[in-house]
Design a protein around this ligand. Structure first.
Ligand code: ATP
Ligand code: MG
Length: 283
C-alpha cells in the first residue's frame, strides 16, 4: 500500500515545489513508483517536470471539481517510474468552487483512494495557503513534509500550520503524521543559516530531517529548463542533497537501501548543451 505525502507550508517560496520535484525524482530513481499531484494553480511542479502549462488539456481540477476519473489525467514524465497529475490555471477557481460542494475537504482523499495501491509514494505539492486545496491535501495524506527556509522569521507561520494540521487531525484525518521538516536554502557561508537551523532543531527535534538542502544556483536554474536537478545537473550539491533526502526518507520508512536507477543517456544528452550549464561549481 502506498503512502500519500503532502508537502505543505502556507509561506510562499520556501522550497515546497523544489522539494516535491526533486525528492520525488530521487524516490523514483531509487526504484519506487511515484505519482506527483500538482495542487497549486501556479503549476510550478507541472512546469518543473517540463510540461508546458499553456498546453495542459486536463488537470487535477477536473477530478476534484468535475468528478472526472483521475487515471485519465495522469501523464508520464522524463523520469522513469514517475508520473504526474498536472495542475492548470483553472485550479485557481477551485477554492471557491469547492466551498459549496458536499464533502468538500475529502474530494482529493476520495480520488486518491483508488490510486494508492498502485504507487509507493503519492506526493502532493500544495499552494502557499491554508485554503481548501491544502486542507484537501492534508485530509488525503498519511503524512506531511514541511519545508522551512533558513532565513529570518523561518518559524513565523509555523504555529498556524501546526494548528491547521491539528484541526485536520481532529475532524478529518486522525492518522495524519508529520513526516519531517526539511531545512531548505541553507547557506553555509552565513551565520544566519546555521543559527536558524539550530533554532529549528531545538524546537522541533527529531522531526527535522538530518539532510539539509543547500542554497544552490543549479536548483533554481533547473525549473527554467523543465528539468529535475537529476537531469539538469546530477553532480551538483543540490542534487546530492535531494538524493540524500530521498534516501533518508526511505530509510525512515524502513525501505531497503537502493542503488539509483541509471538515467538513460538519451535523456541526459542535449540537456547540458545550453549556455550556462558548463561553468560554475556553486552546485
Ligand atoms: P510557492 O509558495 O510559490 O509555491 P515554493 O514554496 O513551492 O513556492 P519553490 O518554488 O520551490 O518554493 O522555491 C522558491 C524559489 O526559490 C524558486 O525560484 C526556486 O527555484 C528557488 N529555490 C528553491 N530551493 C532552492 C535552493 N535550495 N537553492 C536555491 N534556490 C532555490
Ligand atoms: Mg510551489
Amino acid at each position: 500500500m502506498g503512502q500519500i505525502v503532502a508537502c505543505a507550508n502556507q509561506k510562499g517560496g520556501v522550497g515546497k515545489t523544489t522539494t516535491v520535484v526533486n525528492l520525488s525524482t530521487y524516490l523514483a530513481l531509487a526504484g519506487d513508483a511515484v505519482l506527483v499531484v500538482d495542487l497549486d494553480p501556479q503549476g510550478n511542479a507541472t512546469s518543473g517536470f517540463g510540461l508546458d502549462r499553456d498546453q495542459i488539456q486536463h488537470s487535477v481540477y477536473e477530478a476534484i471539481i468535475e468528478d472526472r476519473n483521475v487515471t485519465d489525467l495522469i501523464v508520464t514524465t522524463a523520469i522513469p517510474g514517475l508520473t504526474l497529475v498536472p495542475s492548470s490555471i483553472s485550479l485557481a477557481g477551485a477554492e471557491v468552487e469547492l466551498a459549496p460542494l458536499p464533502q468538500r475537504e475529502r474530494r482529493l482523499a476520495r480520488i486518491l483512494t483508488e490510486l494508492v495501491a498502485a504507487y509507493d509514494y503519492i506526493v502532493l505539492d500544495c499552494p502557499p495557503s491554508l485554503g481548501l486545496l491544502t486542507v484537501n491535501a492534508l485530509t488525503a495524506a498519511d503524512a506531511v513534509i514541511i519545508p522551512i527556509q533558513c532565513e529570518y522569521y523561518a518559524l513565523e507561520g509555523l504555529s498556524q500550520l501546526i494548528a491547521t494540521i491539528n484541526l485536520v487531525r481532529n475532524h478529518l484525518n486522525p492518522n495524519l503524521a508529520i513526516k519531517g521538516v526539511v531545512l531548505t536554502m541553507f547557506d553555509p557561508r552565513t551565520n544566519l543559516s546555521a543559527e536558524v537551523a539550530a533554532e529549528v532543531r531545538k524546537h522541533l527535534g527529531a522531526t527535522v530531517f538530518e539532510t539539509v538542502i543547500p542554497r544552490s544556483v543549479r536548483l533554481s536554474e533547473a525549473p527554467s529548463y523543465g528539468l529535475p536537478i537529476a537531469l539538469y545537473r546530477a553532480d551538483s550539491k543540490g542534487a546530492e542533497a535531494y538524493a540524500a533526502l530521498a534516501a533518508e526518507m526511505r530509510s525512515r520508512d524502513g525501505r531497503a537501501v537502493s542503488v539509483l536507477r541509471p538515467i538513460a543517456a538519451e535523456l541526459v544528452s542535449g540537456i547540458n548543451d545550453h549556455p550556462g550549464a558548463a561553468d560554475g561549481t556553486l552546485g
